[in-house]
Design a binder for this molecule. Sequence first.
Ligand code: SF4
Length: 424
Amino acid sequence: MNTYLSFSFGCRVNQAEKETVDRDLTKAGFTRSEADPDLCLVNTCCVTAKAERESRQLIYQLRRKYPKAKIIITGCSATYWQRHRLYRNLPIDLIVENAKKDRLAKTLLKTASPHQLSRGHLQLENKLRQSGRAMVKIQDGCHRFCSYCIVPYLRGLPRSEKIKAIVKKVNFLEKPLSEVILTAINTEAFGYDTKETLINLLKAVIDKTKVPRISLGSIHPWSVNEEFFIFYREYLSQNRLVNYFHIPLQSGSDKILSLMKRGYTRTEFEDKLKRINQINPFALIATDIIVGFLGETDAEFEETYQFVKNSPISKLHIFPYSARINTAAYYLAKRYPEPDRTVKEKRAKALRELGKKKYQEFLDQNVGRVSTALFLKEKAGEYNQALLDNRVLAYIKTGKDLTGRIERIKIVGIKNGQLFGKII
Ligand code: SF4
């Protein structure tokens, strides 16, 4: 047995974990095979009912397509199903709970018969790796217990990697490496247990590795503080930190934020966004919003809509609220009504449209700008796709394969909502 396929749903931490398993399996001699995998790994997500459903659908699809493969599932849904004894007839061979994820690759290797393993070369084939981008998990677990969120129950309390170990890991990733994406379940919790800080981690990765681009999967509102602003201003000219900040807002209404137990007000959040925007108006700010949370009336939704409209947020990820068993919100539902499905869909649609409009406006601002661009594997006709220093996608005609390279470019125009640039 020496072929595998792996999949990941949900957050960037799940994706980073999958990449680690991919690397470990590759080192142990496995190769990725879509035609005939011996092992299929699904790293599931449980953050919404939709994410859970998609994980189950994939498991059934894999079973139909690869009847002889061993299917191993892990992640938040897998842990949730195991704990609540749900979906016990899923066609799988093994569940690995989140708490045992650290030993996942070893468990998978045990599941495979060792005498059939052969030495292999590093053949990481997912899109990120092909373009020289890699994710590294820096922290797991969460102490926040936002009222709607199941994650702290499934991933446990925070644990951080030591800065030294992260730097070492980054330096040992296969080369050439163009970007490392540091991912955490909650950046605020990074370093509490190890007496280190997120900013010291960023400085260490910038100073002690040669990776040209460093980015954060998400940065949580509580980490966007004075220390962060000082760091960002100081390191901006080095152009190593990707100017893309995914900061989950969830709601623009103080009443809903309080019911969600997010621990900040809309004004505090607004101030953080303004500060980033003042330091760098070309930083792309993205956010997550939950629509249809308990007690959200048209008035609170309108507050969220207006907040986003008037803010420097340019990219939106919208999630209709879905109750997760045993969270605080699950019990709050007795006192605060949940908007019905059609209302949630209408609100989600309105915000998605606003998101599209705001993203287009942000793209317009980038026309004429000089930036660096990281060339991706993907092409569109004769155009290479590339990511600017704020992770915005641009199309650049070069006639060459520049995959993984970083070049200086100028954005020369915009057509059909897409940026076009040239190397300068
Ligand atoms: S910060 Fe809140 S939403 Fe994020 S993982 Fe922790 S509890 Fe969940």
